[in-house]
Unconditional design. Structure first.
Lengths: 115, 113
């Protein structure tokens, strides 16, 4: 069974600083997809970034970037120049197409950006 | 930008009653999902729906649960006889498949009394 682990239940960062959220996963498959979703207090789940396992290049979306280490099964999210609006729960999610299009989510990391 | 919409935002129901949660997925999406999130826990997959039938379901999705796309627009989750442990946030999501991201609704908070 695929599992996703986020070892940091809570983190905090000062506004404008950089923070890295960790995620590891367990799979025996070679072709899969990884996502980070953000859930602010408004509770909506918002896609932050996506990474295909067959791509070696790390995905980047504006202030958000990932460090994808396939051999280590690690998929960390780096948030640069943190903003107050980044305060949210962050979920790492794994999709393994041979087993379907559904997500397996990690337990989440609660990030607080401090003024 | 098109959104997934869910109604109601909060549903309070007596234990043993039936409840129907409603979702309107994004119109050109082909895959539809339900997830749940018990308070303080992670988001868990319940069921996916494609081509008018269930494509995958988790062990959580037992005989008490059913899904339907009655009119080509709405996508509903029915819980036949609710239990206290069904209290959770229920998220609907839709996607285009082909390993594309899923778009989530705001969720329905279900409280069973």
């Amino acid at each position: 069974a695929q599992t996703v682990t986020q070892s940091q239940p809570e983190m905090s960062v000062q506004e404008a600083e950089t923070v890295t959220l960790s995620c590891t996963y367990d799979t025996s498959e070679n072709n899969y997809y990884l996502f980070w979703y953000k859930q602010p207090p408004s509770r909506q789940m918002i896609l932050v970034i996506r990474q295909e396992a067959y791509k070696q290049q790390n995905a980047t979306e504006n202030r958000f970037s990932v460090n994808f280490q396939k051999a280590a099964k690690s998929f960390s999210l780096k948030i640069s120049d943190s903003q107050l609006g980044d305060t949210a729960m962050y979920f790492c999610a794994f999709m393994n197409p041979p087993y379907g299009q559904n997500f397996v989510f990690g337990p989440g990391t609660r990030l607080s950006v401090l003024p | 930008e098109p959104e997934v919409t869910q109604t109601p935002s909060h549903q309070v129901t007596q234990m043993g009653q039936e409840v129907i949660l409603r979702c309107v997925p994004i119109s050109n999406h082909l895959y539809f999902y339900w997830y749940r999130q018990i308070l303080g826990q992670k988001v868990e997959f319940l069921v996916s729906f494609y081509n008018n039938e269930i494509s995958e379901k988790s062990e959580i999705f037992d005989d008490q649960f059913s899904v339907e796309r009655p009119d080509g627009s709405n996508f509903t989750l029915k819980i036949r006889s609710t239990k206290l442990e069904d209290s959770a946030m229920y998220f609907c999501a839709s996607g285009q498949g082909n390993n594309q991201p899923q778009h989530f609704g705001d969720g329905t908070r279900l409280s069973i009394l």
